[in-house]
Design a protein around this ligand. Structure first.
Ligand code: FES
Length: 106
């Protein structure tokens, strides 16, 4: 398990436990009021799991794949240096303490 710190859409601060080896999507969808919708269930086809990852942590993530980047670039609030689809971020030990913010609803 690792812990991440999430600012939700209501501005609330949340500590969320995420098992190592799984995506951030489910905990962000299931455990937070004002969290993500994740309408496609993690298939990288809806962009409703969009989050902004703080830069220090963003740099540690694996690079976005083309399909993830395409979806993100189609959102109104895309930020090149922080936007990720949370279904494409797999939890690792060294991401313990990561901070992110849920993107606005579109
Ligand atoms: S849950 Fe749909 S793209 Fe991530």
């Amino acid at each position: 398990m690792a812990k991440i710190y999430v600012t939700d859409r209501n501005g609330g601060e949340n500590e969320v436990e995420v098992p190592i080896g799984v995506s951030l999507m489910e905990p962000l969808r299931d455990e937070i009021d004002g969290g993500i919708e994740a309408l496609c269930g993690g298939m990288c086809s809806c962009a409703t799991c969009h989050v902004f990852v703080e830069s220090e942590w963003f740099a540690k993530l694996e690079a976005r794949q083309d399909d993830e980047l395409e979806l993100l670039e189609g959102t109104e609030c895309f930020e090149d240096g922080s936007s990720r689809l949370s279904c494409q971020i797999i939890m690792r030990d060294d991401l313990d303490g990561m901070r992110l913010t849920v993107a606005p609803e579109e």
